[in-house]
Ligand binder design. Sequence first.
Ligand code: FAD
Length: 448
Amino acid sequence: MTERITEAAGQAPVVARSDVVVVGGGPAGFAAAVAARREGASVTLLERYPYLGGLAAGGMVLVLDDMHNGNEITTTGLCMEMIERMARIDACVFPPEAERNATLEMHMKWASWGLFDFRAGGKVQPIVMAAAFDPDGWKRVSNEMIAEAGVDVRLNSWFSRAVMEGDRITGVICETKEGRQAIMGGVVVDATGDLDVAVAAGSPHVHGSYMLTTVFRLGGVDTDTAERFRWEEPQRFAELDKQAKKIIGGSWDRWWLKTPLPGVVWCNCPHMVGLDGISVADTTKADFEGRRRIYAMVDFIRANMPGFANCFVVDVAPQLGIRQTRLLIGDYVVTKDDVMDRVWFPDTVARGRDYYTPYRSMLPKGIEGLVVAGRHYSATESAQKNSREIPPCMAMGQSAGIAAALAARRGVSLRAVPVKDICARVRAQGGDPGDIPSANAKLLERAA
Ligand SMILES: Cc1cc2nc3c(=O)[nH]c(=O)nc-3n(C[C@H](O)[C@H](O)[C@H](O)COP(=O)(O)OP(=O)(O)OC[C@H]3O[C@@H](n4cnc5c(N)ncnc54)[C@H](O)[C@@H]3O)c2cc1C
């Protein structure tokens, strides 16, 4: 049995008090904070790391996808605003509408950016609305949007405890270099990705897992040569590509993708299985093992792969690529069938590619004053694997922020906020809450 000590109880100064407290500055938390502030609530946003962005910036996950259902763009709102603003500063690239199709010509033009529908079958994966971006561009635009909205941001603040009054959360405690600090709020949004706040508040949850990845970027890549080689010498390319993948030991079919920076590619690999994304031992192991594999692969491709002779490692993402850890058991648990069958819910408040997120899956059972948004929402492990991309997490965040602001402003419980009011405000903010089902949705129930 693990040896234990008893910690001394102490006091923490209250350093902030606001209508809404958002914990986690990743895609979901950023969207929640901006959306709540735009509804007029005072908002404090807490982030453990010294920058905003979560996996999108620190994790260098550099493609926004799962936002198109084959016929229409389904995730708009703050995600689209982020795309447009990053594009204006040359930090984001996406295919123009006329080039979004399943022709080989467009596939050859855009696939190396990762801007295809990766869930579509068929010989040629269609080019759809998706965006490749630069991680520092994300940080820059997030800072601008947060500052414009007037959100009180507290970086370097690591959430550790929930402040509870019975079954209601009334604030949070963060560990900082200045010691423990209390941040009190009317409503708290858990956007930590690992369900830290809800678990500390006593919420039921499951402990899921999925592969971990030490994402990295290479510079000095001659991408034109690399692409020509792929298309013009498919057999030799396939042999070398197979060997490179064997060394890295786990990757998607395309292990490198272009970024807006010339000659810089991002590598969504190596994937490592059987590790827990919240275990200190496992995440340490992943960093050491990931870096070992990365440098072994770089030696190989420099010597053998056309286009990569002068490549070098720009950086390994400061944040480990953690896809799934703890998942909420909320008022409703979304299943894989719900996601794959495109089941529409009467209380839908957000959507991804062509699946719908019910408000109930963001509300922790038995806890008041707390709403969750992002990759730890209430879904089964297999459902989450198919519904956790950045755009749907942002859509959830936007709805959570609006719900939190409405509850705080009206002085009512989150469960008493009418879904139609949340959806109306999402639409007013330019988002699509999914309240109107698409033609391909499966309707089990109709809205009252
Ligand atoms: C390797 C990899 C590849 C992926 N590929 C894609 C892709 O190509 N396209 C795509 O759209 N999605 C992709 N995803 C999925 C996507 O990145 C995530 O699901 C998404 O970023 C989740 O957003 P989030 O805000 O819920 O969580 P996160 O991005 O994890 O953000 C959580 C935030 O909370 C902060 N936080 C956590 N704990 C605390 C604490 N205790 N106190 C204070 N702050 C805290 C974190 O630092 C972070 O900023 C990928 C994920 C991984 C790991």
